[in-house]
Ligand binder design. Structure first.
Ligand code: KIV
Length: 265
């Protein structure tokens, strides 16, 4: 996979993406056949225990992108630029974007936001770093949105999102994530761009789909967004496995015969 192949899939074959944050899950996700792995800044709330994505730092993201690369050496890996890593200055944006390729082995970066970031995106792309855009509900701006709200519900906001998407395409992004955009608006944007859209909570007509791996595997028993589907119940499976271990130790069953080293073997 590379950016050109990724772009050429538009309208031909659904693009499959998933997040991964460590080497084990990167290996699973890659072996299962996804087209690209996103090391999302959702690392913050899915792995590091924060309430939202804002606390993720460059060092967190670099470290976890390195781990994902080690787990999936052949994968096409996109790293999320965390909050305040590209908003403050153009130089800082290019330097931070470049660190993902140079230090962590990513193939591309993703950043949230619309036309306000056109110059930033142009500078990053012209420096040799492919950029994926992210529109609709952009979680780093949750405090401005006043919550995780569905976007593009009326004509005015649909038109606004389309203009923003076109501005990102013009600035040079190779693809755009559309998050929590109503299906009709996501379809209209998808039909009006020449680059692929990747939907999360944006209905059936985007060029590809992405989910957070923790949601797909059922790793959070207390919350599942409406747009996600649990394909497993890993939290419950893990809980039962660990409970069995606790019980085996407490009842002198573990270690079993086969787990023991003996003199003379
Ligand atoms: O951080 C993330 O996981 C993301 C996806 C929701 C697209 O940005």
């Amino acid at each position: 996979m590379n950016v050109n192949k990724f772009k050429s899939m538009k309208g031909k074959k659904p693009i499959v993406m998933l997040t991964a944050y460590d080497s084990v899950f990167a290996s699973i996700v890659h072996q299962a056949g996804v087209d690209a792995i996103l090391v999302g800044d959702s690392l913050a709330n899915n792995v590091l225990g924060y309430a939202d994505t804002l606390p993720a730092t460059m060092e967190d993201m670099i470290r976890h992108t390195q781990a994902v690369r080690r787990g999936a050496p052949e994968a096409f890996i996109i790293a999320d630029m965390p909050f305040l890593s590209y908003q403050c200055s153009l130089d800082e944006a290019v330097r931070n974007a470049g660190r993902f390729l140079k230090e962590a082995g990513a193939n591309a970066v993703k950043l949230e936001g619309g036309s306000f970031f056109s110059t930033t995106i142009e500078r990053i792309v012209k420096s040799g770093i492919p950029v994926m855009g992210h529109l609709g509900l952009t979680p780093q701006s949750v405090n401005v949105f006043g919550g995780y709200k569905v976007q593009g519900k009326d004509d005015k906001s649909a038109k606004y999102l389309l203009e923003e998407a076109k501005a990102l395409e013009e600035a040079g992004v190779f693809s755009i994530v559309l998050e929590m955009v109503v299906e009709e608006t996501a379809k209209m944007i998808t039909e009006n761009l020449s680059i692929p859209t990747i939907g999360i909570g944006s209905g059936r007509f985007c060029d590809g789909q992405i989910l957070v791996i923790n949601d797909l595997l059922g790793m959070n028993p207390s919350f599942l967004p409406k747009f996600a589907k649990r394909y497993s119940n890993l939290f419950q499976i893990s809980l039962e496995a660990v409970r069995n271990y606790v019980s085996d130790v407490q009842n002198h069953r573990f270690p079993f015969e086969e787990n023991v080293f003996k003199a003379g073997e």
